[in-house]
Design a protein around this ligand. Structure first.
Ligand SMILES: CC(C)(COP(=O)(O)OP(=O)(O)OC[C@H]1O[C@@H](n2cnc3c(N)ncnc32)[C@H](O)[C@@H]1OP(=O)(O)O)[C@@H](O)C(=O)NCCC(=O)NCCS
Length: 163
C-alpha cells in the first residue's frame, strides 16, 4: 500500500507495547498517588507495602518508560487472585487493562495456577467491560465486601480458567 493510502489508526486499536517490571518499596509513594486518583476507597500505603513484603506478584506496566498501570496478584495452591488492577486515569480506555491482564495471566499460569479470580463492584461498569472482554465470567458474589458511601457494597466474583 502506498503511503498516501495509509489510513490513520486510532490509538484504541493499536496493540500496546507495554513493558513490565516488579514493583519495589520505592514505587509505593507513586502507586499510592494513582490509588487516590482512581478509587474512592484506595489501598493504603501500609497495604501496598505489605503486599510487596509478603511476596505477592506486584507489577508495574510502563509505556515509553512511563508507569501507566499497577497490579497485585496472589498465587497459591493452583489458584490466582487478581487483588488490584489499576490504570492511571489519563491512560484508561486505550487497551492497557486488557494487555496487562494477558501478562498477569501468563505470570499466574507459569506458577501453575489454573484459574484467576477477582472481585469487582457491580457499579464499576468500566472494569466489568474489561474483564468480560478478556474472558472472565461471573461466578458468584460476596456480600458487603466493599466500603460504600451508605454502608457496604457487595462484590461480584469473576473467574477465568487459565490452563
Ligand atoms: C478497569 C480498568 C483496569 C480497565 O483498564 P482500561 O485500560 O481502562 O481498559 P481497556 O482500555 O483495556 O478496555 C477494556 C474493555 O473495556 C471497555 N471499556 C473501557 N472503558 C470503558 C468505559 N468507561 N465504559 C465501558 N466500557 C469501557 C473497552 O471498550 C474494552 O472493551 P472492548 O475490548 O470490547 O472494546 C481501568 O479503567 C482502571 O484502572 N479503572 C480504575 C480502577 C479500577 O476500577 N480497577 C478495577 C477494580 S476491580
Amino acid at each position: 500500500m502506498a503511503a498516501k493510502d495509509a489510513k490513520p489508526v486510532s490509538e484504541a486499536h493499536l496493540k500496546h507495547a507495554l513493558c513490565y517490571r516488579p514493583m519495589t518499596l520505592d514505587d509505593v509513594a507513586y502507586v499510592l498517588t494513582v490509588e487516590h486518583e482512581v478509587y474512592p476507597y484506595p489501598w493504603t500505603e501500609r497495604i501496598l507495602q505489605d503486599c510487596i513484603k509478603a511476596g505477592y506478584d506486584c507489577w508495574l506496566a510502563l509505556e515509553n518508560g512511563v508507569i501507566v498501570a499497577h497490579a497485585f496478584v496472589s498465587v497459591a495452591a493452583g489458584e490466582s487472585h487478581l487483588l488490584n488492577l489499576s490504570v492511571s486515569k489519563k491512560h484508561q480506555g486505550k487497551g492497557i487493562g486488557k494487555t496487562f491482564i494477558d501478562f498477569l495471566v501468563n505470570i499466574a499460569r507459569n506458577k501453575k495456577a489454573t484459574v484467576m479470580l477477582l472481585e469487582v463492584r457491580p457499579s464499576n461498569l468500566q472494569a466489568i467491560h474489561c474483564y468480560d472482554a478478556v474472558g472472565f465470567n461471573e461466578i458468584g458474589s460476596r456480600k458487603d465486601y466493599y466500603p460504600a458511601a451508605n454502608g457496604k457494597e457487595d462484590a461480584l466474583l469473576y473467574a477465568k480458567e487459565i490452563y
